[in-house]
Write a new protein. Structure first.
Length: 454
C-alpha cells in the first residue's frame, strides 16, 4: 500500500471537515451551567454520538460521568487479532472570554487569512474531526486495520475529573494497546511533534474576610483592614521579584533536557509587548515545561466603572498552579494551601477550596508506537522529522489511563500549535495542519497494525 490514496482522500474530505467543524463550533459547549446552558453540551455530545454511529461504530453510548457531564464512547471492531487503539478528544471548550474582542463570532467558524477561527476549532473539536478524517481515509483505502475505541470527554476544560472517575469505575471500557490523545499540538505549524510531558495542575479558590461589611474608605481607611488589599499582598507572595513562582517547599529549579524554545520565538508566540520582560529564570523550556507556574486566573472585586470609595470586607481569587513531571499534584496542593495560610496578612480569615487537580504526565518515547508515529509523520510532513517536546498544559486523564493500563502506549498529538491561541480570544486552527495530522494519524494506525503482525 502507498500513502498517496490517504493523502488524496483526506484532501477531498476537507470541505466536509470544515462543514462539520462549523457545526461543532456552533455548540456553546462550556461545561459550566453558570455560564452557558447545559443543553449546549448535551447537544454537542449528541452530535459526536451521531457522527460515530454514521461511521459504523458499535456500542455508542452517552456516559453520565460523576461530575454531571457526559462523555461519548464508541467501538469500531477491526480484523481478528488486530490491536486496539483508543482515540481521545474533548468536545467541551473554554468560555469565549470577551466576545467583543473576537474579530468574528466565537461560536461561528470563520475563515480568515488561511485559518479557521472559532472557540474549540483547535482545542479540541478539531481533534474530533482529525480522528474522523483518519478513519474515513482508511475505510476508503481497504479498511481500518485496527480495532478503534473513541472517547470524547465533556468536561476536560473544567478539570472536574468526571471521565477519570468513570474510567476508574469501569476499567475495562477504555482498555487499549495504544492510546492517541488528540489534544496537544505541534511545536509550530509544519513541524510534526509529539508531546512527551504534560504539567499537572491544581486549582484553588481563596477567600479572605476582614470586616463585617464594607466601610467608607475616608472614614475608616488607614486602620481598618481591607480584604482586597490583603488579597493583593497574599497573591504577591506567590512570586519572586523576577516572576519566579515561589510556593514554600515547592521545587522550582528543574531543567528541561530536549527541544528548546528560542526566546525570540516565544516572545512572538506569546505576543509579549515590546519592552516587557519575560518572567522567571532559566531557559524558556525550563520555565514552561519543567518548572511549576502559578497564575491568578480570576479575582472577585468591584469593577472600575461604578466603584465606590469603600473598603472591601471580602475578596476572592482563583489560583492555578501548574505542576511539572516529577512532582505530585496532591502534595503541591498541600504546599500551596499551607503557603496561602502562612502568608495571609493582618490575621485575615482565610478559606481555601480545591476545585480541580490533575497529575503531570511523562510518556515513554522509546515504545514501538512512537516508531510507527515517527514513520507516519515523516510521510505526512515531507522533509521533516518528528520532534518531541513538552507542554505546559494539563490533561488529567493521561495519568488515569497510564495507571489503569500500564502496558498501553500513550501518544499525544494535536492541533494546538502556537498560532492557534487556544484559551484566548480569536482561537483558530490551520486547515493545512488538520489535513496533515489526519494523514499522519491514518498512516500511524496502518503502521501500528503492521508492526503488531511482526
Amino acid at each position: 500500500m502507498t500513502a498517496r490514496p490517504i493523502f488524496e482522500t483526506i484532501a477531498s474530505l476537507m470541505p466536509r471537515a470544515k462543514a462539520e467543524l462549523a457545526e461543532l463550533v456552533a455548540f456553546r459547549s462550556v461545561a459550566d451551567s453558570a455560564q452557558f446552558p447545559r443543553s449546549e453540551c448535551e447537544a454537542a455530545a449528541d452530535w459526536v454520538a451521531d457522527a460515530l454511529r454514521a461511521e459504523g461504530f458499535e456500542d455508542v453510548a452517552l456516559l453520565d460521568t460523576p461530575d454531571g457531564t457526559r462523555s461519548v464512547y464508541g467501538f469500531l471492531p477491526g480484523p481478528a487479532g488486530a490491536p486496539t487503539v483508543l482515540l481521545y478528544a474533548h468536545y467541551d471548550v473554554q468560555p469565549p472570554l470577551d466576545e467583543s474582542a473576537w474579530l468574528s463570532p466565537p461560536f461561528e467558524l470563520t475563515e480568515r487569512d488561511g485559518r479557521w477561527y472559532g472557540r474549540g476549532a483547535a482545542d479540541c473539536k478539531g481533534g474530533l474531526i482529525m480522528h474522523l478524517l483518519a478513519l474515513r481515509a482508511l475505510r476508503a483505502d481497504g479498511g481500518v486495520p485496527v480495532s478503534v475505541k473513541v472517547i470524547a470527554e465533556g468536561s476536560e476544560e473544567q478539570g472536574t475529573g468526571g471521565l477519570e472517575r468513570y474510567a476508574e469505575a469501569h476499567p475495562e471500557l477504555l482498555a487499549a494497546d495504544t492510546i492517541v490523545i488528540g489534544d496537544t499540538g505541534n511545536f509550530r505549524v509544519g513541524l510534526p511533534t509529539v508531546t512527551a510531558t504534560l504539567r499537572g495542575m491544581t486549582m484553588l479558590r481563596v477567600r479572605l474576610d476582614t470586616l463585617a461589611g464594607n466601610l467608607h474608605s475616608g472614614q475608616f481607611g488607614g486602620a481598618a483592614p481591607d480584604a482586597l488589599a490583603a488579597m493583593i499582598q497574599l497573591l504577591a507572595s506567590l512570586r519572586a521579584e523576577d516572576g519566579t513562582t515561589t510556593v514554600d517547599g515547592l521545587v522550582s529549579d528543574a531543567d528541561w533536557d530536549g527541544l528548546q524554545y528560542p526566546e525570540d520565538e516565544f516572545r512572538k508566540d506569546a505576543r509579549v509587548l515590546d519592552g516587557v520582560e519575560l518572567i522567571g529564570t532559566g531557559t524558556v523550556a525550563d520555565r514552561i515545561w519543567a518548572r511549576p507556574a502559578v497564575t491568578v486566573i480570576g479575582v472577585d472585586c468591584p469593577p472600575v466603572v461604578g466603584a465606590t470609595p469603600s473598603l472591601q470586607a471580602s475578596a476572592r481569587a482563583q489560583i492555578s498552579l501548574r505542576v511539572p513531571p516529577g512532582q505530585d499534584a496532591a502534595e503541591a496542593t498541600k504546599l500551596l494551601t499551607a503557603h496561602l495560610e502562612a502568608h495571609t496578612p493582618w490575621g485575615a480569615r482565610i478559606s481555601v477550596e480545591q476545585v480541580g487537580q490533575g497529575q503531570a504526565f511523562r510518556a515513554d518515547t522509546s515504545s514501538p508506537a512512537y516508531t510507527s508515529m515517527a514513520e507516519a509523520m515523516r510521510v505526512a510532513y515531507p522533509g521533516e522529522e518528528m520532534q518531541t517536546s513538552g507542554m505546559g498544559g494539563s490533561i488529567p486523564l493521561c495519568n488515569t489511563l497510564a495507571a489503569l493500563y500500564p502496558e498501553a502506549e500513550i501518544l499525544l498529538i494535536g492541533l494546538s500549535e502556537p498560532e492557534a491561541q487556544i484559551h484566548a480570544v480569536n482561537e483558530s486552527v490551520s486547515p493545512e495542519e488538520l489535513e496533515r495530522l489526519s494523514v499522519a494519524e491514518a498512516l500511524f494506525l496502518r503502521n501500528y497494525a503492521e508492526s503488531k503482525k511482526n
